[in-house]
Design a protein around this ligand. Structure first.
Ligand code: PEP
Ligand code: MG
Length: 310
């Protein structure tokens, strides 16, 4: 589903929030980077590196990875690109990584947990990222998926910095990490909230199950509460807090997220113009009002209605 680029001339926004919040594209493959560039995206807030590993019998070498990352970076010569290290799980299996045989693989060894058990694959990836970072004219940030504790965040940060990387962060996708976001931010330079998994794990509701889709609604007030905790931690520590899950693609919800302290919003490229247009109409007090109204609601539908009326 390639967006109609003629309708998407620009994603830049104007107004009072410029400088407070930045917009970025989620990219899952090199052609996705080109699409994001064509719609005017200047930053990538989530590069899903799984694309590079899928369908292969062996892991890509450091050279192969560096070439693929370079191709993406070349589309954003003076922007910021956030590369996420490999996020393997039951939903994204790889031939050369043994699958967690447990009955609940979404709760098993996946994401960063695979690297904690065997860091070799991560080390090759970090070496490739460090190599392209050295020659990149923009800002390259690196983050890990599925982090649950501050110790895991520290482990990843030490490893990435050991490869010479700057701007090292982690995703907040597990409720424990959201609750202790301030302690996690003490270990890293930034965090990015993955609302798809954060909703799944907060509501104990499989994101791939249609039967529990209502629980995975990103307007659920309990999810907003957790995001608010992370946003407050960002304000306290002065470090950036992004959102790169689907929630960022809903213009009114984007306003809520900014009101909760989120400083960058990364989304599917085709959502950028509408989110940019919405944010252009607002300032920080307006976003704070909209966020407070949504947070105070008792249901997802109630949060939507309250935000619309705020
Ligand atoms: C998320 O979980 O919200 C996220 C952005 O990561 P992914 O969808 O790739 O799991
Ligand atoms: Mg995720």
């Amino acid at each position: 589903d390639v967006p109609n680029t003629t309708q998407l001339s620009t994603v830049e926004f104007s107004g009072a929030l410029v400088g407070t919040v930045s917009l970025a594209a989620n990219v899952g493959e090199p052609t996705g980077a080109r699409t994001a560039g064509e719609v005017g995206a200047r930053n990538v807030g989530l590069l899903r590196t799984e694309f590079l590993f899928e369908g292969r019998q062996t892991a890509p070498t450091e050279d192969e990875q560096a070439a693929a990352y370079d191709e993406v970076l070349s589309v954003f010569p003076d922007g910021r690109v956030v590369i996420r290290t490999l996020d393997v799980g039951a939903d994204k299996p790889l031939a050369f990584v043994p699958l967690d045989p447990s009955p609940n693989p979404a709760l098993g060894v996946r994401g960063l947990r695979i690297a904690l058990a065997d860091p070799e694959l991560l080390d090759v990836q970090l070496a490739a990222i460090a190599r392209v970072a050295a020659g990149y004219s923009g800002e390259l940030w690196t983050m890990a998926p599925m982090v649950a504790t501050p110790e895991e965040a520290r482990w990843f940060a030490e490893r990435a910095r050991g490869h010479g990387l700057r701007n090292v962060g982690v995703m907040i996708e597990v409720p424990a990490a959201a609750l202790h976001a301030e302690r996690i931010l003490a270990e890293v330079d930034f965090v990015s909230i993955g609302t798809n998994d954060l909703a799944q794990y907060t509501f104990a509701a499989d994101r791939q199950s249609a039967g529990v889709a209502a629980l995975n609604d990103p307007w659920q007030p309990a999810l907003l509460s957790l995001i608010s905790t992370v946003g407050a931690a960002g304000r306290t520590t002065g470090k950036p807090v992004g959102v790169c899950g689907e929630a960022a693609a809903d213009p009114l919800l984007a306003a809520v997220l900014v009101g909760l302290g989120v400083t960058s919003l990364s989304m599917t490229p085709r959502a950028l113009p509408a989110v940019g247009a919405k944010l252009s109409e607002l300032d920080e007090p307006a976003c704070a009002r909209i966020a407070a109204a949504a947070l105070a609601a008792g249901t997802a539908e109630g949060a939507r209605t309250a935000a619309r009326g705020a």
